[in-house]
Design a protein around this ligand. Sequence first.
Ligand code: SF4
Ligand code: SF4
Length: 730
Amino acid sequence: MTAGGRAGERTGHAMERSFKKEVEALRLGDGETFRGEGILAVTKALLQAGVSYVGGYQGAPVSHLLDVMVDAEDLLADLGVHVETCTNEASAAAMLGASINYPLRGAVTWKSIVGTNVAADALSNLASPGVVGGAMIILGEDYGEGASVIQERSYAYAMKSAMWLLDPRPDLPTIVRMVEKGFELSEASHAPVMLELRIRACHVTGEFPAKDNRRAEFSGVNRLAGPPRFDYARLSHPPVTFLHEKLKVEEREPAAQKYIRAETLNEVFPGDIAEIGIVTLGGLYNGLLRALERLGLADLFGNARTPIYCLNVAYPLIPEEVRAFCASKRAVLIVEEGNPDYVEQAINTELRRADIQTRVLGKGPLPKAGEYTTDVLLAGIAAFLAEVRPAGVDVDAIAARQKAIAAKKPAAAAAVGELPVRPPSFCTGCPERPVFTALKLAQREIGATHISSDIGCHSFATLPPFSLGNSILGYGMSLASAAGVGPNMEKRTIAVMGDGGFWHNGLITGVASNLFNRGDGVLVIMQNGYTSATGLQYMPSSRVSRQGGAAGMDVESTLRAFGVKWLRKVRTYGVAKMAATLKEALRSAERGLKVIIADGECQLARQRRARAEDAEKLKRGERVVRTRYGVDDEICTGDHSCIRLSGCPSLTVKPSPDPLRTDPVAAVIESCVGCGLCGEVAHAAVLCPSFYRAEIVKNPSWYERTRHALRRRLLPIAGATKPQAAQAAA
Ligand code: SF4
Ligand code: SF4
């Protein structure tokens, strides 16, 4: 059954997932206790703060916010909250324009730094006139070891556009308070506010006393009567932008600093080693406490011996607070992850201006780049203490402790032994994998050419065994990034883009630009039906929309409407046909953009749906068929071409049953979803005929039972190999 066949059955944003439990948590009110993850706490806090509108573009680690909001449609309708699933971050940022003229609180969310880059134009033009209703951007600060984007900080955007950056300590009551106070801060200073949540803050669990959700003064259930009196100062356009620049530094920033001080948004935690202190960004507080505890400088309840100044507001800094914390200290350590060291520089400047002689250490004991994991912080704190040697602290014992902890890692690794590297890869049965198999086969014949890759699941093809792709310039940017390569290269270039990237950006930056400039090249659009990599959200060309029914847009007719003449739609699992189409596109004498729509539904979505449907059928005692592939190990030659051409995690090796052959044979393991790629590859690449297809039937019919029994008796007599017998019997 296709996704289209389920039209109307679902209204959720994220396909095949239910957020029922989360939606219930959003309904909690006064006197009840919320328990759950940080990102859900933020979602609840938005409703408690009385937002009128919410929007965003999905991305780790904040997709959950929008997914849950979309599933909470009934609740939001009662409150009059509008939810927009924006087509990209620029449209989400522009949505905050509602707060420029009207007393409407609104929040949008996306993954940073990439989403903030996309949104930058709208953010500048939002921050320039400023806001009257609280405007908040929830940033998934995807930085560090688990990140999936370039390693940069959102801090620079806050500084350049005069938006305030909240960085709450990962503790649910603090996160919730910062959301609620963030709206007040935005309104008190007429500036947008960003709230950054690192991956760990999104997933930290805890509880907080819930409050009733607040109905906004104006919303979908109590609409504004009309536009305000015309005010040119609300437009970000010269000459008023000159005034805006002055307002930012002369009025909005001082107003923000006054509010932050008055509401004590930053926190000071005392400690008995009073001659030194630590200034930390709020989001790094838990890691810092953990490191102090391991060094014997904090107890298990979070009471540290060193005084800590925790910046729940990372920008702007509050000079009076900085001076007050540092003045009585001989030295402070700045815990600020990433580069450049904005906070460290600002604190140095502030102390210099005030002629305070406290030593400021940060990047030095701590590294300039990379995530501040507990191990990094352990080493950094030990180095800081060794440098400043506070009285009453056995610095040498602490250094020895840090070294002993660090030494355990290699010892533990040695004890475990060598573990196989497990790079990220396509899911088992992914419809995108066969396209790269076809590309490899096509390249065998016509040689390699430049491949512009993109963001999305298909970027796994840049990893082994495919290792295909020469550049990645951003989400939906592959075709645009080939614009300068194509005219300078003998062979036609290939750009690969997902349907998610196509709607996010690729249609205009890539397709329209190519056609407008009478460009050339091949564009492969992976049409799997969802923005899969971010959690299977619907998009304009999904066969079902969150409102039920189709959104009415599709990639093919859009391309034709734009004027694409050379257009082919090929089923992704048809490896031979895909390879032939790629060769045709690369060799064609006809100039102009050639688009191949590689069509195949995301296997993850398909499996989630199929598993649930099969379970229901089994419960009813109905017939269920599962397709599996296998390798006849008596035929397999052991050259493993199939593995190199497929990379499916269900395809592995095992010892050969033939004692005369030492090479391991290929084997298909239990997780095979029977996508059929194995058979296609064997056929298209003319591999050995060792693959077989089997159907596993549960609740078979009487005819199938009889046939099975007969085959089991006859096949061994006919001399079939064991797998052949199993295959035929199945
Ligand atoms: S989520 Fe879907 S598109 Fe992405 S790798 Fe898995 S099957 Fe492929
Ligand atoms: S048929 Fe082959 S490629 Fe497809 S899931 Fe099974 S083992 Fe993987």
